[in-house]
Design a protein around this ligand. Structure first.
Ligand code: NDP
Length: 343
């Protein structure tokens, strides 16, 4: 079984050279009494949060299980979809398709208690959708937008990293709810996609703006009601400065801070108080209770052509490190996935 690991803890921006491929013997026989499920991994998710697991951690940091620190030499778990090749668990049978916490490796032995769900064989969507629009990215966008931002028709919504995995779905949910949506992204191509393919009302390239506050003032002359923050730092400060009274900010991620330890967001506190802005961090993982509602609503949007999944797929386990490093350069257009094997 070939698997990826980090060579050392990572400081700053990751590079493909921070990773190495190793291999270990794999047995497809489940010992008596074991409830392990062995999965052949087909698509693995490439997510920015993984960089935070690869750094040296401060011992007081509390993290969810899927986000715990990774040490050099350890296999790297990650969301993905795969096919069961052997099972000691009565719930999962050989050849069934599953989604859950798998890994950047060819096969994963999934221990009891690890997130793993069967894919409904009646669902006729591409398999990759179960890690993108109908998977963890979709749930993040849906839970963050509906549960944290509490949108109302006609409200003005700003989304950062808008052409990324979560961002492009947030904008589409917001359009379905009758909001006015502007996204920012880091290239002309992404800005065009947002406006021409994904139905955003407007979009801009933040790398071409010298003053983010005045850029947002231009795009939102009447202020922002909801900001879905994927990047943190200066963008968060500029958005807060342009928020309306009783605005809501969903802190989904802070990618611009992940690789720059000195960078912090310092939004104007008095402004937040006087405008009674709610700023709330969230983890998709805490909203699993709405998973079925999310899948049903989103499947319906896809079937009726009201939403689409933008995916950026590389091939082969060897391509995972550069796919991952590319997230921090903005190389990905939509959800970054790596296909490890034929379906
Ligand atoms: P994306 O697909 O959006 O990929 C990352 C994108 O971020 C890049 O394509 C790039 O786009 C942008 N980016 C990279 N570096 C910077 C920077 N320094 N400043 C501004 N933008 C930058 O990733 P995801 O959609 O998977 O994740 C988006 C955010 O949501 C991340 O912060 C992630 O950690 C968080 N997240 C949170 C979850 C939760 O439960 N709270 C769950 C999943 C994700 P561009 O070209 O626009 O620069």
């Amino acid at each position: 079984n070939r698997y990826l690991t980090v060579k050392h803890h990572i400081h700053g921006l990751p590079s493909r050279l921070d990773f190495e491929l190793r291999s270990a013997p794999l047995t497809l026989t489940i010992p008596p009494g074991s409830e392990d499920v062995i999965v052949k991994n087909l698509f693995v998710s490439i997510d920015p949060y993984q960089i935070n697991r690869m750094k040296v951690h401060n011992s007081s940091q509390k993290t969810a299980d899927f986000a715990r620190q990774l040490h050099p030499g350890q296999r790297i778990d990650s969301f993905g979809v795969g096919r069961v090749v052997a099972s000691g668990n009565a719930e999962f049978k050989k050849d069934e398709l599953v989604v859950g916490l798998l890994g950047w490796e060819e096969y994963t032995a999934v221990r009891p208690g690890t997130m793993l769900t069967k894919i409904d064989s009646n669902m006729d969507f591409p398999l990759s959708y179960h890690v993108s629009i109908l998977g963890s990215s979709g749930l993040t966008a849906y839970a963050g937008f509906y549960e944290v931002c509490d949108p109302k028709e006609g409200e003005k919504v700003f989304v950062s990293a808008a052409c990324g995995s979560v961002g492009h779905l947030v904008g589409q949910f917001a359009k379905q709810s009758g909001c006015y949506v502007v996204g920012c992204a880091g290239s002309k191509k992404k800005v065009e996609l947002l406006k021409e393919k994904l139905g955003f009302d407007d979009a801009f390239n933040y790398k071409e703006e010298t003053d983010l506050r005045s850029a947002l003032k231009r795009y939102f002359p009447d202020g922002i009601d909801i900001y879905f923050d994927n990047v943190g730092a200066e963008m968060l400060e500029a958005a807060v400065a342009n928020m309306n009274a009783f605005g809501r900010v969903a802190l989904c991620g802070a990618i611009s801070q992940y690789t720059d330890a000195g960078k912090q967001a310092a939004p104007d506190m008095l402004d937040i108080i006087y405008k009674r802005i709610t700023i709330r961090g969230f983890l998709a993982y805490d909203h699993l209770s709405i998973y079925h509602d999310f899948v049903s609503a989103t499947s319906d949007h896809i079937r009726h052509g009201r939403m689409q999944s933008l995916e950026d797929v590389s091939h082969g386990l060897e391509s995972v490190p550069s796919a991952f490093a590319g997230l921090f350069r903005g190389d990905n257009v939509g959800k970054k996935l790596v296909q490890l094997a034929d379906i």
